[in-house]
Design a binder for this molecule. Structure first.
Ligand code: PLP
Length: 396
């Protein structure tokens, strides 16, 4: 019964592979970059501050510092939080490795606490139980674009004298309790990679309401030099003093021009992601063996990705087969994520399997469906068709 799966030689739902995410660049984005290239400084020029100011306004934070990637933003945040050798930062295993790697860069030790099985975000109770006298920072991730309970995390950080570092790489535009993710006493980190909400090719931003933390991040992205040329001249000095061990993590004016142009489209991009998610939530709600993401009330989901959970007891195929079957239909499903500590680098440093059972269970069952603003209604219909076709085939 039903259609023959492409995996078994039938015709695929689509002729060409639909990726899980993709940037959308319009002509005016191109114009903004070209204009900067023609008559502006191409790095460390005025487009950087303009982008930073626009970004700060969009998320409602006092300060935004643009850096060369989301990973650089995480590194700068971990540095600014004062995490050093022997210090611990508590984070989720269900994230891209860049989150915990940033702690390792500074000689610290990432401590993985388990996730909530409903939202798949770091469980504040599990994080609280993982605190030790060496803990300096909390690093929740707004997984998939669903904002964590930021107020609960701020409370936990305040109670224990910790710095809150939010990995908001998935969550530009996400809101919780009427507030966008971005402002706050700690540091919030965004990525501008092409699969994220807006792009600069590569890029990242750190936001904070704390002027001193913002200044530490600014120094860190520029070799740890204490001042830019303007303030140096004002002090009558011939050189800038290096006071921290920083890096070259600067974002160019070309990229910032693109970023500012893209930022103007954020609402449109978010609305399209939301419309696609709503379509999936309605059209896939009774598909056998597929559990849809749970959306918390009083929040605005930014829908960076659309993760579903496969229910093995309701299907006659395992997750790998479902993945292969959807790929054969030319639907570019993918996996976000395996637990960070399953990677060989972490395993070799003493992180054992079984550490976070809820994250491991999710990691064995997750699949990410395509969602990005450039998807057409036909693309969305193809995904729905393919998921139904495959799930119904393997239903038991
Ligand atoms: C994308 C991403 C990063 C890293 O951002 P880059 O800009 O690719 O360096 C960090 N954390 C999470 C959760 C991400 O999704």
């Amino acid at each position: 019964m039903g259609e023959r799966l492409a995996l078994h030689g039938g015709p695929p739902v689509r002729g060409a592979l639909l990726p899980y995410g993709r940037h959308l660049v319009d002509d005016d984005d191109v114009q903004a970059v070209v204009a900067t290239l023609r008559d502006g400084l191409i790095t460390t020029g005025p487009a950087v501050a303009r982008f930073e100011q626009a970004f700060a306004e969009v998320v409602g934070a006092r300060h935004a510092v643009a850096v060369s990637s989301g990973t650089a933003a995480l590194h700068a945040a971990v540095f600014a939080a004062g995490v050093g050798p022997g210090d611990e930062a508590v984070t989720t295993p269900l994230t891209f490795v860049a989150t915990s790697n940033a702690v390792l860069y500074q000689g610290g030790r990432p401590v993985f606490a388990d996730i909530r099985p409903d939202t798949l975000t770091l469980d504040p109770a599990a994080a609280a139980a993982a605190l030790t006298p060496r803990t300096r920072a909390l690093m929740p991730v707004h997984f998939a674009g669903q904002a964590c309970d930021v107020e609960a995390w701020e409370r936990l950080a305040r109670t224990h004298g910790l710095v809150l570092i939010q990995d908001a790489a998935h969550a530009l535009g996400a809101e919780v309790n009427g507030r966008r993710v971005g402002p706050g006493a700690g540091l919030t980190v965004f990525s501008l990679h092409p699969v994220k909400h807006i792009t600069t090719g590569e890029g990242g931003v750190v936001t904070t309401d704390d002027a001193a933390l913002a200044e530490r991040v600014r120094r860190f992205r520029n070799h740890g030099l204490a001042s830019d040329a303007g303030t140096r001249d004002a002090h009558g000095r011939l050189w800038s003093e290096m006071v921290d061990l920083g890096y070259n993590y600067r974002l160019t004016d070309l990229q910032c021009a693109l970023g500012r142009s893209q930022l103007g489209k954020l609402d449109r991009f978010l609305a399209r992601r939301e419309a696609i998610a709503d379509r999936y939530l309605a059209a896939l709600k009774d598909v056998p063996g597929v559990t849809l993401p749970q959306v918390v009330p009083d929040a605005r989901h930014a829908w960076h990705i659309f993760p579903v959970l496969v229910e093995p007891q309701r299907l006659s195929a395992d997750r790998a087969t479902i993945y292969a079957a959807l790929r054969a239909e030319n639907v570019g499903v993918t996996l976000h994520y395996v637990p960070a500590y399953w990677h060989p680098y972490y395993a070799a440093r003493g992180y054992a399997r079984g550490l976070c059972p809820a994250a491991e269970d999710a990691a064995e069952r997750l699949l990410t469906l395509p969602i990005f603003p450039g998807m057409t209604d036909q693309d969305v219909a193809d995904v729905v068709h393919a998921v139904r076709k495959v799930a119904e085939h393997y239903q038991r």
